[in-house]
Write a protein that binds this ligand. Structure first.
Ligand SMILES: Nc1ncnc2c1ncn2[C@@H]1O[C@H](COP(=O)(O)OP(=O)(O)OP(=O)(O)O)[C@@H](O)[C@H]1O
Ligand SMILES: [Mg+2]
Length: 402
Protein backbone atom coordinates (compact mmCIF):
# COMPACT_ATOMS: atom_id res chain seq x y z
CA UNK A 1 0.00 0.00 0.00
CA UNK A 2 1.27 3.47 -0.92
CA UNK A 3 2.46 5.76 1.86
CA UNK A 4 -0.09 8.44 2.71
CA UNK A 5 1.43 11.61 4.12
CA UNK A 6 -0.83 14.57 4.78
CA UNK A 7 0.77 17.99 4.29
CA UNK A 8 -0.97 19.75 7.09
CA UNK A 9 1.31 22.74 7.60
CA UNK A 10 4.79 24.05 8.18
CA UNK A 11 7.13 24.07 11.14
CA UNK A 12 6.62 27.31 13.07
CA UNK A 13 10.22 28.56 12.98
CA UNK A 14 11.97 27.11 9.94
CA UNK A 15 8.94 26.84 7.62
CA UNK A 16 9.63 23.21 6.66
CA UNK A 17 6.65 21.20 5.44
CA UNK A 18 5.17 19.01 8.16
CA UNK A 19 3.39 15.77 7.32
CA UNK A 20 1.00 13.57 9.24
CA UNK A 21 1.37 9.93 8.32
CA UNK A 22 -2.03 8.43 7.48
CA UNK A 23 -1.00 5.17 5.85
CA UNK A 24 -2.52 3.03 8.57
CA UNK A 25 -5.55 3.64 10.71
CA UNK A 26 -5.31 6.74 12.93
CA UNK A 27 -7.30 8.54 15.61
CA UNK A 28 -6.79 12.30 15.45
CA UNK A 29 -7.90 14.73 18.13
CA UNK A 30 -8.23 18.44 17.23
CA UNK A 31 -8.91 20.93 19.99
CA UNK A 32 -8.71 24.65 20.72
CA UNK A 33 -10.79 27.52 22.01
CA UNK A 34 -13.59 29.12 20.02
CA UNK A 35 -12.43 30.47 16.66
CA UNK A 36 -8.90 29.07 17.01
CA UNK A 37 -9.15 27.17 13.71
CA UNK A 38 -10.34 23.64 14.56
CA UNK A 39 -12.92 23.24 11.79
CA UNK A 40 -10.50 24.83 9.34
CA UNK A 41 -7.82 22.31 10.33
CA UNK A 42 -10.31 19.46 9.99
CA UNK A 43 -10.98 20.73 6.47
CA UNK A 44 -7.23 20.71 5.71
CA UNK A 45 -6.97 17.08 6.84
CA UNK A 46 -9.98 16.11 4.72
CA UNK A 47 -8.58 17.90 1.64
CA UNK A 48 -5.29 16.09 2.04
CA UNK A 49 -7.00 12.74 2.58
CA UNK A 50 -9.12 13.21 -0.50
CA UNK A 51 -6.15 14.18 -2.67
CA UNK A 52 -3.88 11.45 -1.40
CA UNK A 53 -6.23 8.52 -0.98
CA UNK A 54 -7.30 8.78 -4.66
CA UNK A 55 -10.52 6.89 -4.18
CA UNK A 56 -9.00 4.26 -1.88
CA UNK A 57 -10.86 5.42 1.22
CA UNK A 58 -14.36 6.60 2.00
CA UNK A 59 -14.17 10.04 3.61
CA UNK A 60 -17.11 11.20 5.73
CA UNK A 61 -17.55 14.42 7.71
CA UNK A 62 -20.23 14.46 10.40
CA UNK A 63 -21.16 18.13 10.26
CA UNK A 64 -23.39 19.40 13.08
CA UNK A 65 -22.90 23.06 12.03
CA UNK A 66 -23.71 22.63 8.33
CA UNK A 67 -20.50 24.36 7.22
CA UNK A 68 -18.57 21.85 5.12
CA UNK A 69 -20.62 22.02 1.90
CA UNK A 70 -18.49 25.10 1.07
CA UNK A 71 -15.62 22.71 0.29
CA UNK A 72 -17.17 22.51 -3.18
CA UNK A 73 -15.88 26.05 -3.84
CA UNK A 74 -12.28 27.31 -4.12
CA UNK A 75 -10.89 29.44 -1.28
CA UNK A 76 -11.24 32.84 -2.87
CA UNK A 77 -11.00 34.91 0.31
CA UNK A 78 -7.50 33.61 1.06
CA UNK A 79 -6.36 33.10 -2.54
CA UNK A 80 -3.16 35.13 -1.96
CA UNK A 81 -2.18 33.09 1.09
CA UNK A 82 -2.75 29.87 -0.82
CA UNK A 83 -0.61 31.08 -3.73
CA UNK A 84 2.07 32.35 -1.37
CA UNK A 85 2.26 28.92 0.26
CA UNK A 86 2.88 27.43 -3.19
CA UNK A 87 -0.54 25.86 -3.77
CA UNK A 88 -3.56 26.39 -6.00
CA UNK A 89 -7.07 27.04 -4.73
CA UNK A 90 -9.61 24.44 -5.71
CA UNK A 91 -13.08 23.19 -4.91
CA UNK A 92 -13.73 19.50 -4.19
CA UNK A 93 -16.52 17.16 -5.25
CA UNK A 94 -18.91 17.33 -2.30
CA UNK A 95 -21.77 14.95 -1.65
CA UNK A 96 -24.12 16.41 0.92
CA UNK A 97 -26.00 13.67 2.70
CA UNK A 98 -29.18 14.83 4.38
CA UNK A 99 -31.04 12.65 6.89
CA UNK A 100 -34.63 12.58 5.59
CA UNK A 101 -36.01 14.49 2.62
CA UNK A 102 -33.62 17.38 1.75
CA UNK A 103 -36.46 19.68 0.68
CA UNK A 104 -38.35 19.12 3.93
CA UNK A 105 -35.17 19.40 6.01
CA UNK A 106 -33.99 22.69 4.47
CA UNK A 107 -37.56 23.89 4.07
CA UNK A 108 -36.42 26.01 1.12
CA UNK A 109 -36.08 24.98 -2.51
CA UNK A 110 -33.88 28.04 -3.19
CA UNK A 111 -31.20 26.70 -0.80
CA UNK A 112 -31.16 23.39 -2.64
CA UNK A 113 -30.88 25.18 -5.99
CA UNK A 114 -27.92 27.25 -4.71
CA UNK A 115 -26.18 24.19 -3.33
CA UNK A 116 -26.57 22.42 -6.66
CA UNK A 117 -25.35 25.52 -8.53
CA UNK A 118 -22.21 25.34 -6.39
CA UNK A 119 -21.68 21.80 -7.64
CA UNK A 120 -22.82 20.08 -4.45
CA UNK A 121 -24.66 16.82 -4.95
CA UNK A 122 -27.48 16.59 -2.41
CA UNK A 123 -28.73 13.12 -1.48
CA UNK A 124 -31.13 11.85 1.18
CA UNK A 125 -30.19 9.33 3.86
CA UNK A 126 -32.95 7.16 5.20
CA UNK A 127 -32.69 4.45 7.76
CA UNK A 128 -34.81 1.44 8.56
CA UNK A 129 -36.49 0.93 11.93
CA UNK A 130 -34.55 -2.35 12.22
CA UNK A 131 -31.23 -0.44 12.23
CA UNK A 132 -31.85 0.43 15.88
CA UNK A 133 -31.56 -2.14 18.65
CA UNK A 134 -34.39 -2.40 21.22
CA UNK A 135 -32.10 -0.54 23.67
CA UNK A 136 -31.50 2.24 21.13
CA UNK A 137 -35.24 2.69 20.54
CA UNK A 138 -35.75 3.17 24.30
CA UNK A 139 -32.82 5.58 24.48
CA UNK A 140 -34.09 7.55 21.50
CA UNK A 141 -37.29 8.31 23.40
CA UNK A 142 -35.44 8.65 26.70
CA UNK A 143 -37.43 5.80 28.23
CA UNK A 144 -35.83 3.51 30.82
CA UNK A 145 -35.74 -0.13 29.72
CA UNK A 146 -37.20 -1.16 33.07
CA UNK A 147 -40.11 1.29 32.94
CA UNK A 148 -43.49 -0.13 31.85
CA UNK A 149 -43.29 1.71 28.51
CA UNK A 150 -39.68 0.68 27.94
CA UNK A 151 -40.48 -2.98 28.56
CA UNK A 152 -43.29 -2.89 25.97
CA UNK A 153 -41.18 -1.08 23.35
CA UNK A 154 -38.17 -3.33 23.93
CA UNK A 155 -40.31 -6.45 23.57
CA UNK A 156 -41.98 -5.20 20.36
CA UNK A 157 -38.67 -4.33 18.62
CA UNK A 158 -36.95 -7.48 19.87
CA UNK A 159 -39.77 -9.70 18.54
CA UNK A 160 -39.72 -7.94 15.15
CA UNK A 161 -35.93 -8.28 14.89
CA UNK A 162 -36.32 -12.03 15.38
CA UNK A 163 -38.94 -12.28 12.64
CA UNK A 164 -37.71 -10.04 9.79
CA UNK A 165 -34.48 -8.38 8.65
CA UNK A 166 -36.28 -5.09 7.97
CA UNK A 167 -39.43 -3.46 9.27
CA UNK A 168 -40.93 -0.02 9.70
CA UNK A 169 -42.47 2.07 12.46
CA UNK A 170 -45.97 0.88 11.54
CA UNK A 171 -44.84 -2.67 12.28
CA UNK A 172 -43.65 -1.59 15.74
CA UNK A 173 -46.99 0.14 16.34
CA UNK A 174 -48.86 -3.01 15.31
CA UNK A 175 -46.69 -5.23 17.53
CA UNK A 176 -47.36 -2.96 20.52
CA UNK A 177 -51.08 -2.92 19.80
CA UNK A 178 -51.17 -6.72 19.73
CA UNK A 179 -49.12 -7.15 22.92
CA UNK A 180 -51.56 -8.67 25.49
CA UNK A 181 -49.26 -7.80 28.40
CA UNK A 182 -49.06 -4.05 27.60
CA UNK A 183 -51.25 -1.59 29.52
CA UNK A 184 -53.38 0.84 27.51
CA UNK A 185 -51.56 3.86 28.98
CA UNK A 186 -48.20 2.50 27.79
CA UNK A 187 -49.63 1.70 24.38
CA UNK A 188 -51.02 5.21 23.95
CA UNK A 189 -47.86 6.95 25.10
CA UNK A 190 -45.73 4.85 22.77
CA UNK A 191 -48.13 5.42 19.91
CA UNK A 192 -47.66 9.20 20.32
CA UNK A 193 -43.89 8.94 20.29
CA UNK A 194 -43.70 6.53 17.37
CA UNK A 195 -46.13 8.60 15.29
CA UNK A 196 -43.92 11.65 15.93
CA UNK A 197 -40.83 9.63 14.90
CA UNK A 198 -42.59 8.67 11.65
CA UNK A 199 -43.02 12.37 10.88
CA UNK A 200 -39.26 13.00 11.11
CA UNK A 201 -39.06 11.48 7.62
CA UNK A 202 -35.81 9.73 8.50
CA UNK A 203 -37.20 6.22 8.70
CA UNK A 204 -37.89 4.50 5.41
CA UNK A 205 -39.61 1.29 4.45
CA UNK A 206 -36.47 -0.05 2.82
CA UNK A 207 -32.98 0.49 4.23
CA UNK A 208 -30.55 2.52 2.13
CA UNK A 209 -27.38 0.69 1.21
CA UNK A 210 -24.42 2.60 2.61
CA UNK A 211 -22.31 1.91 -0.44
CA UNK A 212 -24.95 3.81 -2.48
CA UNK A 213 -24.91 6.74 -0.06
CA UNK A 214 -21.22 7.26 0.76
CA UNK A 215 -19.09 7.36 -2.37
CA UNK A 216 -15.35 7.00 -2.77
CA UNK A 217 -14.84 9.73 -5.34
CA UNK A 218 -16.53 12.48 -3.32
CA UNK A 219 -16.19 14.09 0.10
CA UNK A 220 -19.24 12.81 1.94
CA UNK A 221 -20.66 15.50 4.23
CA UNK A 222 -23.34 14.19 6.56
CA UNK A 223 -25.34 17.33 7.34
CA UNK A 224 -26.55 16.89 10.92
CA UNK A 225 -27.38 20.58 11.27
CA UNK A 226 -30.73 19.91 9.60
CA UNK A 227 -31.82 18.01 12.70
CA UNK A 228 -32.74 20.31 15.55
CA UNK A 229 -30.12 19.79 18.27
CA UNK A 230 -32.96 19.81 20.81
CA UNK A 231 -34.63 16.79 19.25
CA UNK A 232 -33.78 14.17 21.77
CA UNK A 233 -30.84 12.10 20.57
CA UNK A 234 -31.79 12.19 16.89
CA UNK A 235 -28.43 13.45 15.60
CA UNK A 236 -26.68 10.87 17.74
CA UNK A 237 -29.02 8.18 16.48
CA UNK A 238 -28.16 8.96 12.85
CA UNK A 239 -24.43 8.91 13.56
CA UNK A 240 -24.83 5.71 15.59
CA UNK A 241 -26.62 3.90 12.75
CA UNK A 242 -24.13 5.13 10.13
CA UNK A 243 -21.01 4.28 12.15
CA UNK A 244 -22.42 0.93 13.26
CA UNK A 245 -23.22 -0.11 9.68
CA UNK A 246 -19.83 1.09 8.40
CA UNK A 247 -18.09 -0.83 11.17
CA UNK A 248 -19.98 -4.04 10.41
CA UNK A 249 -19.54 -3.74 6.65
CA UNK A 250 -15.83 -2.96 6.95
CA UNK A 251 -15.27 -5.93 9.25
CA UNK A 252 -16.96 -8.15 6.68
CA UNK A 253 -15.02 -6.65 3.77
CA UNK A 254 -11.76 -7.00 5.65
CA UNK A 255 -12.35 -10.73 5.77
CA UNK A 256 -12.80 -10.75 1.97
CA UNK A 257 -9.55 -8.81 1.56
CA UNK A 258 -7.71 -11.41 3.57
CA UNK A 259 -8.72 -13.99 0.98
CA UNK A 260 -7.75 -11.69 -1.90
CA UNK A 261 -11.41 -10.99 -2.81
CA UNK A 262 -12.57 -7.61 -4.12
CA UNK A 263 -14.19 -5.14 -1.71
CA UNK A 264 -16.90 -2.51 -2.11
CA UNK A 265 -15.96 -0.50 0.96
CA UNK A 266 -12.26 0.12 1.50
CA UNK A 267 -10.82 2.07 4.43
CA UNK A 268 -13.02 4.67 6.11
CA UNK A 269 -12.09 8.08 7.55
CA UNK A 270 -14.81 9.53 9.75
CA UNK A 271 -14.33 13.17 10.80
CA UNK A 272 -16.64 14.53 13.51
CA UNK A 273 -16.82 18.25 14.29
CA UNK A 274 -18.16 19.42 17.67
CA UNK A 275 -17.46 15.90 18.91
CA UNK A 276 -18.43 16.64 22.56
CA UNK A 277 -22.05 16.43 21.34
CA UNK A 278 -21.56 12.82 20.32
CA UNK A 279 -19.08 11.40 22.83
CA UNK A 280 -19.82 13.40 25.97
CA UNK A 281 -18.07 12.80 29.24
CA UNK A 282 -20.15 11.58 32.16
CA UNK A 283 -23.42 10.94 30.34
CA UNK A 284 -24.77 8.45 27.84
CA UNK A 285 -25.33 9.19 24.19
CA UNK A 286 -26.71 6.88 21.52
CA UNK A 287 -23.50 6.82 19.48
CA UNK A 288 -20.90 6.97 22.26
CA UNK A 289 -20.40 3.25 22.70
CA UNK A 290 -20.07 2.73 18.94
CA UNK A 291 -17.53 5.53 18.47
CA UNK A 292 -15.39 4.31 21.35
CA UNK A 293 -15.45 0.87 19.76
CA UNK A 294 -14.50 2.49 16.44
CA UNK A 295 -11.27 3.90 17.91
CA UNK A 296 -10.50 0.86 20.03
CA UNK A 297 -11.06 -1.85 17.43
CA UNK A 298 -10.84 0.14 14.20
CA UNK A 299 -7.20 -0.53 13.44
CA UNK A 300 -7.77 -3.97 11.94
CA UNK A 301 -10.71 -3.11 9.69
CA UNK A 302 -9.02 0.16 8.63
CA UNK A 303 -11.30 2.63 10.36
CA UNK A 304 -9.86 6.04 11.22
CA UNK A 305 -11.38 8.86 13.24
CA UNK A 306 -10.81 12.61 13.39
CA UNK A 307 -12.62 14.49 16.16
CA UNK A 308 -12.68 18.20 16.88
CA UNK A 309 -13.92 20.01 19.97
CA UNK A 310 -13.60 23.25 21.92
CA UNK A 311 -13.85 21.39 25.17
CA UNK A 312 -11.44 18.49 25.71
CA UNK A 313 -12.80 18.30 29.27
CA UNK A 314 -16.30 17.57 27.91
CA UNK A 315 -15.23 14.55 25.84
CA UNK A 316 -15.22 11.02 27.16
CA UNK A 317 -11.66 10.31 28.42
CA UNK A 318 -11.81 6.74 27.07
CA UNK A 319 -12.00 8.10 23.52
CA UNK A 320 -9.33 10.72 24.16
CA UNK A 321 -6.88 8.19 25.51
CA UNK A 322 -7.14 6.22 22.23
CA UNK A 323 -6.15 9.18 20.03
CA UNK A 324 -2.66 8.86 18.59
CA UNK A 325 -2.37 12.33 17.04
CA UNK A 326 -3.28 15.58 18.77
CA UNK A 327 -3.57 18.90 16.95
CA UNK A 328 -3.99 21.43 19.76
CA UNK A 329 -4.77 25.05 18.95
CA UNK A 330 -4.80 27.75 21.63
CA UNK A 331 -6.71 26.76 24.77
CA UNK A 332 -7.32 29.02 27.74
CA UNK A 333 -9.73 27.39 30.18
CA UNK A 334 -8.12 25.46 33.02
CA UNK A 335 -10.43 22.46 32.84
CA UNK A 336 -9.61 21.98 29.19
CA UNK A 337 -5.87 22.54 29.62
CA UNK A 338 -5.82 19.94 32.37
CA UNK A 339 -7.85 17.43 30.33
CA UNK A 340 -5.31 17.79 27.56
CA UNK A 341 -2.37 17.71 29.90
CA UNK A 342 -3.45 14.26 31.09
CA UNK A 343 -2.64 13.06 27.57
CA UNK A 344 1.01 14.15 27.85
CA UNK A 345 3.22 11.33 26.67
CA UNK A 346 6.53 10.14 28.03
CA UNK A 347 8.48 11.36 25.00
CA UNK A 348 7.55 14.97 25.72
CA UNK A 349 10.23 16.97 27.40
CA UNK A 350 7.77 19.15 29.22
CA UNK A 351 4.06 18.84 29.80
CA UNK A 352 1.52 19.79 27.15
CA UNK A 353 0.49 22.79 29.25
CA UNK A 354 3.82 24.46 28.67
CA UNK A 355 3.67 24.00 24.91
CA UNK A 356 0.07 25.23 24.67
CA UNK A 357 0.92 28.42 26.54
CA UNK A 358 3.25 29.41 23.70
CA UNK A 359 0.58 29.29 21.00
CA UNK A 360 -0.73 32.68 20.02
CA UNK A 361 -2.39 33.09 16.70
CA UNK A 362 -5.16 31.50 14.72
CA UNK A 363 -3.91 28.61 12.64
CA UNK A 364 -1.00 27.89 15.02
CA UNK A 365 -1.09 24.50 16.62
CA UNK A 366 0.85 21.92 18.49
CA UNK A 367 1.15 18.62 16.66
CA UNK A 368 1.71 15.68 18.95
CA UNK A 369 2.24 12.45 17.06
CA UNK A 370 2.56 9.15 18.92
CA UNK A 371 3.79 7.35 15.82
CA UNK A 372 6.88 9.55 15.43
CA UNK A 373 6.95 10.40 19.14
CA UNK A 374 7.27 14.07 18.23
CA UNK A 375 5.90 17.39 19.42
CA UNK A 376 6.05 20.19 16.85
CA UNK A 377 4.66 23.71 16.79
CA UNK A 378 3.17 24.26 13.34
CA UNK A 379 1.24 26.71 11.22
CA UNK A 380 -1.65 24.95 9.54
CA UNK A 381 -1.49 25.42 5.77
CA UNK A 382 -4.14 27.55 4.08
CA UNK A 383 -7.21 25.73 2.80
CA UNK A 384 -7.55 25.05 -0.93
CA UNK A 385 -11.33 25.14 -0.66
CA UNK A 386 -13.64 27.63 0.94
CA UNK A 387 -14.09 27.39 4.73
CA UNK A 388 -17.68 27.76 5.92
CA UNK A 389 -18.87 28.90 9.32
CA UNK A 390 -17.15 32.05 10.47
CA UNK A 391 -16.72 33.44 6.97
CA UNK A 392 -20.36 33.02 6.16
CA UNK A 393 -21.33 34.67 9.42
CA UNK A 394 -18.97 37.59 8.78
CA UNK A 395 -20.42 38.09 5.31
CA UNK A 396 -23.97 37.93 6.59
CA UNK A 397 -23.20 40.41 9.36
CA UNK A 398 -21.60 42.77 6.86
CA UNK A 399 -24.58 42.54 4.55
CA UNK A 400 -26.81 43.19 7.51
CA UNK A 401 -24.90 46.26 8.65
CA UNK A 402 -24.29 48.10 5.40
N1 LIG B 1 -4.78 28.02 9.39
C1 LIG B 1 -5.56 29.07 9.12
N2 LIG B 1 -5.18 29.95 8.16
C2 LIG B 1 -5.97 31.00 7.86
N3 LIG B 1 -7.15 31.27 8.45
C3 LIG B 1 -7.58 30.43 9.39
C4 LIG B 1 -6.79 29.30 9.79
N4 LIG B 1 -7.44 28.64 10.76
C5 LIG B 1 -8.58 29.34 10.97
N5 LIG B 1 -8.67 30.40 10.16
C6 LIG B 1 -9.79 31.38 10.12
O1 LIG B 1 -10.22 31.56 11.46
C7 LIG B 1 -11.64 31.57 11.57
C8 LIG B 1 -12.10 30.57 12.62
O2 LIG B 1 -11.73 29.27 12.23
P1 LIG B 1 -12.63 27.99 12.57
O3 LIG B 1 -14.02 28.18 12.07
O4 LIG B 1 -11.89 26.81 12.09
O5 LIG B 1 -12.61 28.04 14.14
P2 LIG B 1 -13.11 26.94 15.20
O6 LIG B 1 -11.99 26.71 16.14
O7 LIG B 1 -13.67 25.78 14.50
O8 LIG B 1 -14.24 27.76 15.92
P3 LIG B 1 -15.57 27.25 16.68
O9 LIG B 1 -15.15 26.84 18.04
O10 LIG B 1 -16.46 28.44 16.71
O11 LIG B 1 -16.12 26.11 15.89
C9 LIG B 1 -12.17 31.28 10.17
O12 LIG B 1 -12.67 32.48 9.61
C10 LIG B 1 -10.99 30.79 9.39
O13 LIG B 1 -11.07 31.23 8.04
MG1 LIG C 1 -15.57 24.94 14.41
Amino acid sequence: MAEINLRIGTEYENGELIYMNATGSRAVFICGKRGSGKSYTMGVIVEELFNQEQGEATIIIADPMGIYHTMALPNQTQADEVRHAGFLTSGFPVRLIVPGDPLVRYGDAAVLTKLRENGVEVVPLQINASDLSPEAWCELFDIGMNEAMGIVLWRAVDTLLEKAPHFNIDSILAAIEEDPRAKDTSKEALENRLTAANRWGIFAQEPTSLSDVFLLNQINVLDLSVIDAGTKGLRNMVLDVVSQRLFTERTRERRREEFGLSTKLPRVWLAIDEAHQFVPKGRASLCKEMLIRWVKEGRQPGLSLVVATQQPAAIDPELLSQCDVIVAHKITTWDDINALDRLSATYMEGDLKGYIRNLNRRGEALLVDDETESVTTIRIRPRFSSHGGAEIQEKTVRKFLF
